[in-house]
Design a protein around this ligand. Structure first.
Ligand code: CAA
Length: 257
């Protein structure tokens, strides 16, 4: 598939998707979301890909849903087309996804970053849910994922006023895993992704599934879920290899079996 709104490339076992609508600060229009879904489908079906990096430009990860495209929408149209539900494709990706965020991550931009598993922020990153300033509210999970990430008080202030967070605040509040200098963002994201992609794929995917389960279950239920996945990994060749390599003081070579 040819893409007009994103760039798609691979680097070893890492798949990289770059949002690429520079004139609109990577505003997320319908065409871009369709392309993002197709790129994720491709990487998920490719056994040679172990981790995905989602990024934008130095100025903007994404400045939100495309306001000009949304402007004329009516309630019946949004309801009948179930507007925004297709964005959830990213949150259903079973392989680990790292968001490498520089510049603006606003509205839908912040929401798609939060659908990823790790958010690595450049020091110029700005996170916000300014939808209220447009007479709407977050619609791609922002009121839920932001609240789970940083707690009610901070999420309420952000969503009710539209205040944006600096990268340093986002780090302090637990929204991002780390802040790095802008010039190092892409290299650092590739380094993390390369590490994950070099490990056992089943083990990485089950780890992701288990951490995400923490948001959807009681503690006892989540721990039972974790235990079953943990036990299942003893059926893999990668478990034998990982532990044999440790005992032999050599590095492991995983085959994803
Ligand atoms: N949709 C459509 N176009 C956008 C856009 C968006 N979300 N954000 C920026 N653009 C466009 C601008 O219209 C402008 O286009 P033109 O050159 O054709 O005028 C171009 O990108 C550059 O933007 P600015 O000139 O505004 O750049 P700036 O540096 O002065 O400001 C900004 C940057 C603060 C990010 C500002 O563009 C802005 O506030 N953007 C909108 C942010 C926003 O409200 N996002 C939430 C959208 S709603 C949403 O996402 C709903 C949801 O939950 C899914």
């Amino acid at each position: 598939m040819a893409y007009d709104n994103i760039l798609v490339e691979t680097n070893g076992r890492v798949g990289v998707i770059t949002l690429n609508r520079p004139k609109a600060l990577n505003a997320l229009n319908a065409a871009l979301i369709t392309e993002l879904g197709a790129a994720l489908d491709g990487f998920e079906q490719d056994a040679g890909i172990g981790c995905i990096v989602l990024t934008g430009s130095d100025r903007a990860f994404a400045a939100g849903a495309d306001i000009k495209e949304m402007q004329a929408l009516s309630f019946p149209a949004t309801y009948v087309d179930d507007f925004i539900t297709s964005w959830e494709r990213l949150s259903r990706c079973r392989k680990p996804v790292i968001a490498a965020v520089a510049g603006y991550a606003l509205g839908g931009g912040c929401e798609i970053a939060m659908m990823c598993d790790i958010i690595l922020a450049a020091d110029n990153a700005r996170f916000g849910q300014p939808e209220i300033q447009l007479g709407i509210m977050p619609g791609a999970g922002g009121s839920q994922r932001l609240t789970r990430a940083i707690g009610k008080a901070k999420a309420m202030e952000m969503t009710l006023t539209g205040r944006t967070l600096t990268a340093e605040e986002a780090d302090r509040y637990g929204l991002v895993s780390r802040v790095v200098p802008l010039a190092e963002l892409k290299d650092e994201a590739m380094k993390i992704a390369g590490t994950i992609a070099g490990l056992s794929l089943a083990s990485a995917m089950m780890t992701k599934e288990s951490v995400n389960r923490a948001f959807e279950s009681s503690l006892a239920e989540g721990i039972r879920f974790e235990r079953r996945l943990f036990q299942a990994l003893f059926a893999t060749a990668d478990q034998k290899e990982g532990m044999a390599a440790f005992a032999a003081k050599r590095s492991a070579s995983f085959t994803n079996n």
